[in-house]
Design a protein around this ligand. Structure first.
Ligand code: HEC
Ligand code: HEC
Ligand code: HEC
Length: 118
């Protein structure tokens, strides 16, 4: 292979990486990865960690409109979530009912209430 061709190929892969950065990475960023809920009462955090919401894992199974905006607004903390609402089949409980996805029984607490992975 001539030096000239090699150079063109290197240039092409560089252009490709640039396009990837320009379009694909921000598109991924539009759906955040793990979101960590915050508690207003900070004393509770020590006793029990807040819930994680693995946004990315849910995205694999669902389209955006499965949740936005009927169940959750597209803004962190904008939709109130409590265990009472989950137990009533609202917010996370719309799916985490033991049929579509694991429910809020005791063996499952730590699946949501854990340290986030990123
Ligand atoms: C499907 C995910 C999920 C499961 C399973 C789950 N929780 Fe939660 N929980 C949440 C979310 C989301 C919140 C709201 C954000 C926060 O405070 O962590 C919450 C809030 C809480 C709170 C704060 C006060 C309140 O009532 O909202 C406590 C305490 C709590 N959970 C305990 C538990 C216990 C104990 C279990 C198991 C019996 C459990 N949770 C199971 C998602 C879950
Ligand atoms: C299974 C439900 C679900 C699906 C599907 C889903 N989201 Fe979300 N999204 C959530 C929840 C829950 C939150 C956090 C809401 C909160 O903190 O009150 C959230 C938050 C967001 C936020 C706000 C992040 C921030 O930092 O303020 C954006 C943006 C977002 N989602 C975009 C998307 C996009 C784009 C898609 C599709 C590609 C999508 N979501 C699919 C449930 C979902
Ligand atoms: C549109 C339906 C839907 C909604 C709404 C939803 N989930 Fe899920 N979630 C699922 C499904 C389906 C799974 C994977 C199946 C399973 O593990 O039972 C899952 C898995 C999870 C997992 C385990 C991911 C892993 O690491 O394997 C966590 C944690 C979780 N959800 C938390 C939440 C929390 C917290 C909320 C509310 C803020 C929520 N989910 C709302 C459908 C949903």
């Amino acid at each position: 292979m001539s030096v000239q061709i090699k150079k063109t190929m290197r240039m092409r892969s560089w252009v490709l990486s640039f396009l990837l950065l320009l379009f694909i990475v921000p598109a991924m960023g539009a759906a955040p990865g793990d979101l960590l809920y915050e508690r207003e009462d900070k004393s509770e955090i020590i006793a029990f960690p807040p819930s994680v919401f693995p946004h990315w894992i849910h995205r694999i199974n669902y389209r955006c409109d499965a949740c936005h905006d009927s169940l959750f607004e597209m803004k962190r903390g904008a939709t109130p979530v409590t265990m009472e609402l989950i137990g009533k089949g609202e917010v996370c409980g719309a799916c985490h009912d033991g049929v579509l996805a694991f429910d809020d029984s005791f063996q499952n607490c730590a699946r949501c209430h854990r340290v986030p992975s990123d």
